[in-house]
Design a protein around this ligand. Structure first.
Ligand SMILES: Nc1ncnc2c1ncn2[C@@H]1O[C@H](COP(=O)(O)OP(=O)(O)O)[C@@H](O)[C@H]1O
Ligand SMILES: [Mg+2]
Length: 259
């Protein structure tokens, strides 16, 4: 199976701060891949590097086989990084209209489909300044899927969503994965990645390499539980994340197949 994302020894240093230290990971086509770490672990930095928004200090990354920052690799990539910004005085639908004007035109039905997918059809004609944070997150998701990307990069997308919204979001991710979309999902919540991801890696910042080449373990049923026994046997890369490890504050690293 083709690697959609590859990171090798990916490192980012800001003056006085190591945001990311030697990240190695491979995301294969069709996976829902969880990128799990506490605040400050380097999740957003990794996504920014993958999108060519910041340059790595050392190491390499490839998206769709193209070495970053080659923009050719970003065709077919949708992303939502941190909290998305929109024009507050325009409606959600109009904001998406404007986005659709930049870059390749999405299909005519793209905006309505994206609003529907994000569960915003009912509020699409309200001004964004009246949206809750969760609704703005959903609008960010709608913007990310407007061109029906084959690869979706999502940075803590459920921040600000209520529990019902989070449940819907999980269903949505499974639906996208079922349709063949590869999803790279960053989160600080173990439970979140446990419920929707096939595979997990953890960034570690400050020192040493982290993440491992994931074992190919795409489940035909995405989102099987973290508590499932690991039947992979000895010698595979990665390990199962203990279900009790709710706040990975120790910056441990590794990859897990959640099936
Ligand atoms: N532009 C920047 N300048 C300096 N330090 C930064 C910058 N961006 C991120 N950092 C630092 O890098 C570390 C990782 O940040 P980030 O990637 O945002 O982590 P996460 O998304 O996992 O919370 C943090 O210590 C953060 O303060
Ligand atoms: Mg972040």
């Amino acid at each position: 199976m083709a690697a959609v994302i590859e990171c090798r020894e990916l490192t980012k240093r800001y003056r006085g701060t190591t945001a990311l230290a030697g990240l190695d990971l491979t995301v294969e086509a069709g996976q829902v891949f969880g990128f799990l770490g506490p605040n400050g672990a380097g999740k957003t930095t990794t996504l920014r590097i993958l999108l060519g928004l910041v340059a790595a200090t050392s190491g390499h990354a490839w998206v769709n086989g193209r070495r970053i920052p080659d923009p050719g690799g970003l065709a077919g990539v949708g992303a939502m990084i941190e909290e998305p910004s929109f024009y507050p005085w325009l409606t959600g639908r109009r904001n998406l209209d404007l986005l659709a004007l930049s870059g390749a035109r999405p299909p005519a039905s793209g905006i309505a489909a994206a609003l529907d997918l994000a569960g915003l059809t009912g509020v699409a004609d309200r001004k964004v300044k009246g949206y809750s944070q969760g609704m703005r997150q959903r609008l960010g998701l709608a913007a990310a899927v407007i061109r029906q990307p084959a690869l979706l990069l999502l940075d803590e997308p459920t921040n600000g969503m209520d529990p019902a919204g989070i449940r819907e979001f999980r269903t949505l991710l499974r639906r996208l994965a079922g349709d063949g979309t590869t999803v790279f999902l960053s989160s600080h919540l173990l439970a979140e990645v446990a419920q929707v991801c096939d595979q997990v890696a953890r960034p570690r910042h400050g020192a040493g390499a982290c993440g491992r080449r994931p074992r190919r373990q795409r489940s035909s049923r995405p989102g099987r539980g973290l508590g499932q026994p690991d039947r992979s046997g000895a010698g595979r890369a990665g390990r199962r994340v203990p279900a009790t490890d709710r706040e990975p504050g120790g910056h441990r690293c590794g990859c897990s197949a959640l099936s």
